[in-house]
Design a protein around this ligand. Structure first.
Ligand SMILES: Cc1cc2nc3c(=O)[nH]c(=O)nc-3n(C[C@H](O)[C@H](O)[C@H](O)COP(=O)(O)OP(=O)(O)OC[C@H]3O[C@@H](n4cnc5c(N)ncnc54)[C@H](O)[C@@H]3O)c2cc1C
Length: 460
């Protein structure tokens, strides 16, 4: 039986399978997830979101929540249920004096960056501008300011939330405190955020060193990065990408397709000091191709937009390392070198800094002590390559797994993890399950890295 498309109290647009535009309405960033929802509800207001939740429950429809649509495991779409789309809620207001930003639940990072940068400010978030603020924030949020300013959740002051019963509640450090704790790392398990309130920070241009070394030099270059999480100042960010070189403004075309390591070394402090520090690093990295330049923040935030554009097929594995040891480096280089697709890569991100200085139990994000985040996003175009590319990512992960800590960043996980709750939430899981039981006992919001509500006996 077809779902009823008339939603009581809803002023947005509804798209159903027979409507023109249905294929566009059901698409998400990762083309692997070719699902057919019964309804796509484009919301314009908090009231629309609440109406859509109540309708879904009355009709018995599964709920997929979509903001930026970048869910790698495809949780923002579903077969036969309702997609509640928040892109219409993308207003952004900045208070430059109080350094606060109110951000609609459907805003994209690029929209947030553009408005905050008008005031020389930033809300620390991710590195690709078409990613949604909502999904990224609720999982934690790693990005280019993380070592200096912490995770995105560390700048979160509060949210407006539509709950599983369709009520609208405020959640912050004073109101619904346990829920505020859980929402900072617990993903979209507790309700639908219609507005975020963030602390904003000063942010100007950065100094950036981009280099490319062929794979034979990768071990030497990665070893140079090994002390960054503990020894380097917070202003320094060092991300390594083991991959085939792709077109970049600073990379001569003859290098394209060559297997090697791209190092993106960024300095977000005093520019002259950055020029000196990165200049010294450039000598040590000794890359055949490199560029050291002062770069406006917005230019850097959009530099990867095309390479990581929508419509490709993607699969991800990820985890954490305590130590970028010679054994870890050798293993990563060996297995990464088997890469097929020009769009796949192994990313090695130095974390630590401000992330590690927040108390372990202050938020539900459990991986604050980790030094290295290893992300293995495979990306390709043709469905005939699905098995090969997924197997490549799995092989890289399998090889490095014995050296990893056992946990994973919830936003870099696929949909096929055995025991995903323990991997994503680790020591915070039991408390998260109790908060889930209080706010969503029937698991209405289950299309996510799901937290099963604690049972009545467990809560007692
Ligand atoms: C190209 C690309 C670049 C990325 N870069 C980074 C990065 O730099 N840093 C980083 O930390 N992560 C990054 N990620 C991972 C990203 O954080 C997750 O994919 C995240 O889920 C995307 O959020 P979204 O709103 O775009 O996704 P959506 O697909 O819209 O949502 C994903 C999930 O988030 C939840 N959700 C979404 N909106 C809401 C809402 N309003 N209220 C409650 N729950 C909601 C739902 O559970 C939903 O299933 C990247 C992903 C991609 C594809």
């Amino acid at each position: 039986m077809a779902a009823t498309r008339d939603i009581d109290g809803f002023d947005g647009e509804v798209v159903a399978p027979d409507d023109a535009g249905y294929d566009e309405a059901r698409a998400i960033w990762n083309a692997m997830h070719d699902k057919r929802p019964a309804l796509v509800a484009y919301c314009h207001s908090t009231a629309d979101v609440a109406a859509a939740v109540r309708h879904a429950r009355a009709e018995g429809l599964a709920i997929a929540v979509r903001s930026g649509g970048h869910s790698l495991p495809g949780h923002s779409t579903c077969d036969g249920g309702i997609v509640i789309d928040l892109r219409g809620l993308n207003s952004i207001e900045v208070d430059p004096v109080g350094r606060r930003a109110r951000v609609g639940g459907g805003a994209l990072l690029g929209e947030l960056d553009a408005v905050t940068q008008e005031h020389g400010l930033v809300v620390p978030a991710g590195v690709v501008s078409h990613t949604g603020v909502a999904g990224l924030t609720l999982g934690g949020g790693v990005g280019r300011q993380m070592r200096r300013l912490g995770l995105t959740i560390d700048s979160l002051l509060g949210v407006e939330l539509v709950t599983a019963t369709g009520e609208v509640v405020r959640v912050d450090a004073a109101t619904n405190r346990d829920l505020f704790w859980a929402m900072r790392g617990g993903g979209g398990n507790f309700g639908i955020v219609t507005e975020f309130e963030f602390r904003a920070h000063e942010m100007g241009d950065l100094m950036v060193l981009a280099t490319f070394n062929p794979i034979e030099e990768a071990a030497r270059v990665l070893a140079l990065a090994a002390d960054v999480p503990v020894m380097a100042p917070d202003e320094l960010l060092w991300t390594s990408f083991l991959r085939r070189a792709q077109p970049q403004p600073w990379l001569p075309p003859e290098w394209e397709g060559t297997l090697g390591v791209v190092s993106l070394i960024e300095w977000s402090g005093d520019l002259e000091e950055g020029r000196r520090v990165l200049g010294e690093l450039a000598e040590q990295v000794a890359a055949p191709v490199s560029e050291l330049a002062q770069v406006p923040f917005l230019a850097l935030q959009t530099a990867g937009d095309e390479l990581f554009g929508p419509g490709k097929r993607s699969y991800v594995k990820a985890g954490y390392l305590d130590d970028l040891s010679p054994a870890a480096i050798a293993t990563l280089i060996e297995v990464a070198s088997e890469v097929g697709s020009p769009f796949s890569q192994v990313e090695v991100l130095a974390v630590g800094g401000a992330i590690a200085r927040v108390d372990a139990d202050a938020t539900a994000f459990p991986h604050r002590d980790a030094a290295w985040l290893v992300n293995i996003p495979a990306s390709w175009v043709d469905a005939s390559e699905d098995e090969r590319e997924m197997n490549w990512a799995r092989n890289v992960y399998r090889a490095i797994e014995p050296l990893m800590t056992g946990g994973a960043y919830v936003n870099f996980m696929g949909d096929d993890e055995v025991d995903h709750e323990a991997i994503a939430y680790g020591p915070t899981l039991e408390r998260l399950r109790r908060v889930k039981a209080e706010w969503d006992p029937e698991n209405v919001f289950r299309l996510n890295q799901n937290i099963v509500p604690a049972s009545a006996e467990e809560v007692a």
